[in-house]
Design a protein around this ligand. Structure first.
Ligand SMILES: Nc1ncnc2c1ncn2[C@@H]1O[C@H](COP(=O)(O)OP(=O)(O)OP(=O)(O)O)[C@@H](O)[C@H]1O
Ligand SMILES: [Mg+2]
Length: 360
């Protein structure tokens, strides 16, 4: 027995299967005991107690001290005597399954994660024109965050982008992609994601990646919300690679992001196109800025790009040398002292400066 785990006294086999499944979704280990007598040793120490109607009828329950955090799980319509009894023994909450699965997953996730460390931030990255370098920049920021020792999560939101795992040369690595992921409950823990998703080593740090696939569906708005919530509760730097043509899932990111970076090559046409993108986002994005990247074929200054786009400059980068070859060979990681790494670090500073402002 462990005092860190929820104590489960569920005699009904089908119900127990449901409880085990929902705990697994939250990466929460359980202590399952056959009856109330067996539960007495850890009754007060367990962070949460889950019991069913059969356990509720046990007279042993009356001998145990009252405590908080006791949940009754069961069918949508418990007998009225069960409600009465639940009240008498001090049940905190009745969770009807399957209707309230998400609330049970959330309770398990709270135990599995402990008190959330918080402090996570969400960055959205979008191209000012097609092929602007948004996916490469999103991957670079996430890698830089991981290299700097932050917990980092890279979320691919472009369902037809071919998969950001391919940018990282990790397309053959194990780990669930969006089409494999079922997030029915509306809540998932970062611990569960870390275990299930693709992991990429970056220097001494490690990056968790939720990529789209070469086929299958991309993210849904609810899926995005659950993943971003898990990441921020766990204190992660969450970087979302967005398609320019935003669908509902993409708009969900715009609504939740602390900062949106619009990547714009230093070209006249790209600046004009970026202006349309900025215009569309301006009402919904909390903070918005442009990442101006080289090459600048006619030396267009970054300020002119930002003026045309209508947003402040977050960073200005030269073109990353030998990037195309590295991408094609699956060998991409921004050179530690190169333009992409420096630009990514500047955008991370801007992302966390917003947080400092919010706290002040
Ligand atoms: N920092 C950079 N320096 C030089 N070239 C770059 C840089 N970033 C991207 N590129 C070039 O632009 C190409 C497209 O990059 P990327 O796929 O990141 O663009 P995108 O904006 O995500 O495109 P899409 O519109 O398809 O989503 C890369 O394959 C590379 O050749
Ligand atoms: Mg892209």
């Amino acid at each position: 027995m462990s005092e860190d785990r929820p104590l489960v006294i569920v005699r009904d086999g089908a119900l127990l299967d449901d409880v085990l499944r929902l705990a697994a979704a939250a990466a929460c280990e359980l202590d399952c005991v056959p009856d109330v007598t067996a539960a007495s040793a850890n009754w007060m120490r367990a962070p949460l107690v889950v019991l069913d109607e059969q356990a509720l009828t046990s007279r042993e329950l009356d001998r145990l001290p009252r405590r908080g955090g006791v949940l009754l799980v069961g069918s949508p319509q418990p007998e009225s005597e069960a409600w009465q009894r639940a009240f008498t023994v001090g049940i905190e909450r009745v969770v009807c399954l399957p209707a309230e699965e998400s609330s049970l997953v959330a309770s398990f996730a709270d135990v599995a994660e402990g008190p959330g460390v918080g402090g996570g931030r969400v960055l959205g990255v979008i191209g000012g024109r097609g092929g602007a370098g948004a996916s490469v920049f999103a991957a670079s920021v996430a890698i830089e965050a991981a290299r700097a020792g932050r917990a980092a999560l890279l979320v691919d939101c472009d369902g037809i982008g071919g998969g950001i795992d391919l940018v990282l040369g990790a397309e053959h690595e194990a780990g669930l992609r969006w089409p494999d992921l079922t997030l029915n409950s509306g809540r998932v823990s970062m611990a569960a994601l870390r275990e299930a998703l693709l992991g990429v080593h970056c220097g001494s740090g490690s990056l968790v990646v939720l990529s789209c696939g070469r086929c299958g569906a991309g993210p849904t708005p609810d899926g995005i919300a659950a993943v971003l919530d898990a990441g921020t509760r766990a204190g992660c730097t969450v970087v979302c690679d967005l398609p320019r043509d935003l669908n509902a899932a993409g708009w969900q990111v715009i609504d939740l992001a602390d900062l949106v970076a619009v990547v714009v090559p230093a070209e006249v046409r790209a600046s004009a196109s970026a202006q349309r993108v900025v215009e569309r986002l301006a009402d919904r994005a909390r903070e918005l800025g442009v990442v101006v990247r080289g090459p600048a074929p006619d030396d267009l200054p970054a300020d002119a790009v930002a003026d045309a786009a209508g947003a402040r400059v977050l960073t200005v980068m030269r073109a990353e040398p030998r990037l195309g070859k590295a991408l094609d060979r699956g060998e991409f990681q921004p050179k530690p002292s190169g333009p992409l790494a420096a630009g990514a670090a500047e955008v991370l500073d801007a992302l966390f400066a917003e947080q400092a402002k919010a706290v002040a």
